[in-house]
Design a protein around this ligand. Sequence first.
Ligand SMILES: *[C@@H]1O[C@H](CO)[C@@H](O)[C@H](O)[C@H]1NC(C)=O
Ligand SMILES: *[C@@H]1O[C@H](CO)[C@@H](O)[C@H](O)[C@H]1NC(C)=O
Ligand SMILES: *[C@@H]1O[C@H](CO)[C@@H](O)[C@H](O)[C@H]1NC(C)=O
Ligand SMILES: *[C@@H]1O[C@H](CO)[C@@H](O)[C@H](O)[C@H]1NC(C)=O
Ligand SMILES: *[C@@H]1O[C@H](CO)[C@@H](O)[C@H](O)[C@H]1NC(C)=O
Length: 329
Amino acid sequence: MAVLGVSFLVNFALLVIPIGVTLGILFGIDAQRSAAGDAPIYTPQPSSPVSGGNPDGGGGTDNKLTTQMYCQKSYGITPDTKGQEFTLNPNQWGWDASEGGGLCMNVTTYDNSTYPTKTTAPAWSITWEYPQGPESQPVHAFPNVLVDGGVFPATVESLAQIGLDVEWTYGVGNKSASTTDETALTTDTVNANVAVDMFLDKDSTSAGNSSKALYEVMVWFADFGAAAQPIGLADGAVTTEVLNGTTFSLYYGTNSLKQNVLTWLASETTDKFNGDLLPLITKLFTLNNANFPSKTDYLGYFAFGSEAYYSSDFVTFSVPKLSIDVTTS
Ligand SMILES: *[C@@H]1O[C@H](CO)[C@@H](O)[C@H](O)[C@H]1NC(C)=O
Ligand SMILES: *[C@@H]1O[C@H](CO)[C@@H](O)[C@H](O)[C@H]1NC(C)=O
Ligand SMILES: *[C@@H]1O[C@H](CO)[C@@H](O)[C@H](O)[C@H]1NC(C)=O
Ligand SMILES: *[C@@H]1O[C@H](CO)[C@@H](O)[C@H](O)[C@H]1NC(C)=O
Ligand SMILES: *[C@@H]1O[C@H](CO)[C@@H](O)[C@H](O)[C@H]1NC(C)=O
């Protein structure tokens, strides 16, 4: 537990910036944030013995893969790696245990800390169930993998690419689904999205603070259920952009924290994507809108995950393949 305490401290700065202001939620947010440092409600049990000294995975000498399950409310884990560092956050920021339901996150780490590429993230999945929340605060969690290791903050103009190569599935039940069956998700009233979440600001520190940053830019690869709607959907799309065959439409609005929220929504469920996301930010500069970011602004936060609203049964979001390759020009 001593070592866990250390990882808790290391990750605390990340935890106090949970996501979830996307649907305009001020109510209770301070309470949620101060709750972000809660002790684990469940002591992680390795599903196979962890080699090396790091309970977050990696740091060992053999060539095995280790899957470990984490059911804590919020604190993230940062596996040892010889490449790009990632932190996996359960981030149940809008959930109170008294509501029932919950979430567990499985993370598969390489004992030798050497992933297939320098930018490959650990494979991970979440299994969750939450009851329907109030309209004022429908999101229970944003479990995600965060690009860590000092890549951000960086000004947008200093970036050459934000390469994202991802494959995911969403399915009913406690096992990873091989494909996403949208009809089954509808039957189980699953309300969730699959999204990249980014924050930008002209100030480099504020850019890393999800409640303070002036701009939130999201990229939604899927939205399931009526509750999962981008802010500004009713106003219609501002513009569209095609990235490697996927068409994204831009929606704009502000949330209750008065942040400008820009959401690029894929025209259909996109469970495999390989491309550079940077054009979805630079396109904003060309739209001559004073409420949109500019190229000298800092990108301070980049995470990929699923906003979990509610579901009548356990569902599993699985990310077997993920690489995020950010390079500067
Ligand atoms: C690390 O382990 C993986 C998985 O077994 C293996 O493919 C890879 O070759 C190993 N890398 C090194 C440097 O030992
Ligand atoms: C399904 O997973 C959840 C969360 O991980 C757990 O609470 C529940 O007991 C599991 N159900 C079964 C049938 O394994
Ligand atoms: C997560 O890990 C637990 C414990 O090893 C296992 O029972 C469960 O099936 C795993 N879930 C998924 C979705 O693979
Ligand atoms: C983020 O900004 C909020 C609002 O200004 C502030 O209360 C909070 O302390 C900041 N968080 C961090 C980690 O600096
Ligand atoms: C487009 O997607 C294909 C299929 O995943 C991939 O091989 C190719 O590299 C991608 N192209 C770009 C420009 O990212």
